[in-house]
Design a protein around this ligand. Structure first.
Ligand code: ZN
Ligand code: ZN
Ligand code: FE
Length: 745
């Protein structure tokens, strides 16, 4: 007999870990104790050495699926304490303080089997769930998490469900949202006028979809608009009604086989699609240029059914449906029944709704699959409100994010809780949603921030919120430069300390000199930074207008490069430029992408953010050529002077080189730019770790090649893994910088 002391670090509290350990200890016939610690759990066990070792070996493989085991330390000792049984050591206060809240979980295989079993009492019941699956975050009103504090409080359990709930051997033991047709919620189908219809609601909806209708379908975190995707005219009708001209639609496929009909699906992508988190995964189209009514680029966002209602809606004959968030022009996703009926009246031909309320909006998560893991464009349903663990104790802090892709983070010790996707704060309703979610998270996780971090931008509504709260509550406000925050976010994402090189490419961010930045090479750490590289500022003729009219950027690039331009508004632009009228300059990489995209005729008018860059990426041919790469050295800042590149590009265009080839060469040139700026930064600083952050790194052409190109030159390269590289991931960096600033004080 021996005794072993085991420390398990990671996210192991509030995920069913202790009941799991209890069962394991019983199976291995061991004795001892377990207790929560600030960074995980501590176990003390006694038994035969081989049994103890087997217990340790099996631990990671058998752990509950929400648990994240980061490190296991074990120390064996021959001195026994002679435990007689297994005890959970805990205090009540600690129980409530450290409980995590589960994200919503896609339907599990066991529930799927019962759903399709005519002999089961939940046969075809659209709200079937269990301890391992079902709604969580989106139905919780308050903590501690039990049925009375969720949307299920209106549905008292019937005796059968109650029995399952209290039976420790049952797979619905302590499943708060558990219910059945006798005691739980139900679905109904309303016609275009919002009038109830007779018959089986799901069959009515299926008939309508087959006939080409656009339906509002209530999901977990909000309402979707659904329609057939095989008929371009139906998708066009939806675009017209939703005023969404060009932005890609997500598609829900019945299963992976159906997804393969339109996209290539690797084994790794399949694992991500079928995971219990069920994100939308951006998959490469089978045929370049196909299905443009769904997506104008090379990818289609695909997800699988994640609620029993979705499963029933598809039946065994519908293969795939457009499933796009129901919202109108930048307002948050519709999530209440009354709201769906009033706001979607002009869009939907029918409504498949139910009477289980959604408490909290949560959009679908969106990601690429990169090296076998999710690479986020949006971290939301299925992931939120789970924390990201960080390597430093943060105390309790709030960081307020950026503006267009707003998010916030709240922290407690080594846990940082990033919010779900919020949206653009310039919309009034979105701003209210943002403020309300900050309060909601503070209550759920019992966090009272002692300081607030926000962006340096004086006009961001998130900064205004932060300033007002700091004033009201008399707590510190730390303003963080945008690209410094991106850099710190990627550092924290990879648990890095010390100093690194930060290659930060994005659209726009407020610089320390008041100018607009966005193609930056920084050197520093959480406690500060220095700017060593950038790009030649581009005049933005007409300010914010350029994001919709990238031809203005193309004109400025050509004009600055000394090229003749055919632009009809050229004279006007020239006057604006000379008199400095609404002509801010920007070193944003996103703007360079927009301008080149417009110059090559790939995209000359944009209807959503980043469109020019996305289509330029999509256009790129397989070509290894490059364009001239010039630099200027301005007081130690190595600036990419793109004028020679633009002149060469214009010359190639004149010679008839295709935009596809020039797009490829533009990307190749940027990769060399990155390598040279990092080499310069290494020379100056002696550092060789590079973090990649900013919205431009959602470009998969760059992500598949740039890290490799840097590694070949001897750099250690880090990219985002747990939060998004775009502005949504920024709040994590703000928070870590605030922590460093406070520590220094
Ligand atoms: Zn289940
Ligand atoms: Zn029941
Ligand atoms: Fe940014």
């Amino acid at each position: 007999m021996e005794r072993v002391l085991i420390h398990i670090h990671g996210i192991v509290q509030g995920v069913g870990f202790r009941p799991f350990i209890h069962k394991q200890v019983r199976d291995f016939r061991l004795a001892g104790t377990i207790k929560n610690t600030s960074s995980g759990v501590e176990l003390e066990l006694e038994g035969e050495r081989p049994e103890l070792e087997r217990f340790l070996a099996e631990l990671p493989r058998r752990a509950p699926k929400l648990a994240v085991i980061e490190r296991v330390e074990s120390v064996f000792s021959p001195e026994l304490k002679h435990f007689q049984d297994f005890r959970i050591l805990s205090s009540r206060t600690e129980e409530t303080r450290n409980t995590l809240i589960s994200p919503d979980i896609g339907i599990c295989d066991d529930c799927l089997r019962e759903l399709m079993d005519p002999a089961d009492r939940r046969y075809r019941y659209p709200f079937i769930n269990c301890t391992n699956c079902g709604p969580r975050f989106t139905i919780i009103r308050d903590v501690p998490y039990d049925r009375a504090k969720t949307s299920m409080s209106e549905f008292p359990m019937c005796p059968d469900c109650d029995r399952e709930y209290h039976d420790i051997e049952n797979r619905r033991y302590h499943a708060q949202p558990d219910c059945c047709p006798d005691c739980g919620p139900h679905v109904f189908f309303l016609d275009a006028a919002g009038k109830p219809t007779d018959g089986d609601a799901i069959e009515r909806a299926r008939d309508a979809l087959r006939a080409g209708a656009i339906l509002a379908v209530k999901g977990l975190g909000g309402v979707h608009l659904a329609c057939r995707c095989d008929d371009p005219s139906i998708a066009r009708k939806l675009r017209a009604r939703k005023h969404r001209d060009e932005k890609p639609f997500a598609v829900m496929c019945r299963d992976v086989e159906c997804a393969r009909k339109i996209c290539a699906v690797s084994a790794e992508e399949e694992a991500l699609l079928t995971s219990f988190r069920r994100p939308i995964v951006l998959l490469q189209k089978r045929e370049k240029g196909a299905l443009t009514h769904l997506s104008e680029n090379n990818y289609i966002g695909v997800m699988l059914p994640y609620t029993p209602l979705h499963v029933l809606l598809f039946g065994d004959d519908l293969d795939m449906l457009v499933m796009t968030s129901a919202n109108l022009s930048d307002t948050p996703i519709v999530y209440r029944n009354d709201e769906a009926l009033s706001r979607l009246r002009s869009i939907a031909d029918g409504f498949l709704l139910h009477n289980r309320d959604i408490q909290t909006r949560c959009d679908d998560s969106l990601c690429y699959c990169l090296e076998g893991e999710a690479y986020f464009a949006r971290r939301s349903r299925g992931y939120v409100p789970f924390p990201v663990s960080v390597h430093e104790d943060t105390g309790m802090l709030l960081s307020c994010g950026a503006e267009q892709k707003a998010s916030f983070c709240l922290s407690k010790g080594n846990y940082v809780f990033p919010s779900q996707h919020i949206g653009d704060l310039k919309n009034m309703e979105t701003l209210e949603h943002y403020q309300q979610q900050i309060r909601h998270f503070e209550r759920l996780f019992d966090i009272r921030p002692t300081a607030i971090a926000c962006d340096l931008h004086p006009d961001y509504l998130s900064s205004a919120y932060a300033a007002a709260r700091s004033e009201e509550e008399g707590i510190g406000l730390i303003r963080v430069q945008h690209h410094h925050a991106h850099m710190a976010a990627c550092m924290a994402d990879n648990a890095l300390s010390g100093r690194v090189i930060g290659l930060i490419w994005d659209g726009t961010g407020y610089g320390t000199d008041g100018a607009t930045w966005g193609g930056e090479c920084l050197v520093g750490g959480y406690d500060g930074f220095e700017r060593l590289g950038s790009i030649r500022p581009i005049p933005l003729v007409g300010g914010d207008l350029v994001t919709r009219e990238p031809l203005r950027v193309a004109w400025a690039l050509a004009h600055d490069a000394g090229l003749p331009t055919a632009e009809e508004n050229g004279a006007l632009y020239e006057t604006m430029l000379q008199n400095n009228l609404n002509c801010p300059h920007s070193s944003g990489m996103g703007r360079l992408f927009d301008g080149v995209s417009a110059m090559l005729g790939v995209k000359t008018r944009c209807s959503y953010e980043g469109q020019g860059a996305i289509l330029l990426e999509a256009a790129a041919a397989a070509d290894a050529g490059e364009l001239p790469l010039d630099f200027t050295d301005e007081d130690g800042v190595l600036r990419f002077d793109w004028r020679a590149m633009i002149r060469a590009m214009a010359e190639e265009q004149r010679r008839g080189t295709s935009p596809d080839v020039l797009s490829a060469r533009f990307h190749n040139t940027l990769i060399r730019l990155a390598v040279q700026q990092c080499a310069y930064a290494r020379e100056r600083s002696g550092l060789d770790r590079v973090v990649l952050s900013g919205g431009s790194f959602q470009n998969m052409l760059l992500m598949h090649r740039l890290p490799e190109a840097l590694r070949r030159e001897g750099f250690a390269v880090y990219r985002h893994r747990r939060v998004s590289p775009n502005d949504e991931g920024l709040s994590l960096g703000q928070l870590m910088i605030a922590r460093a600033v406070l520590e220094r004080k």
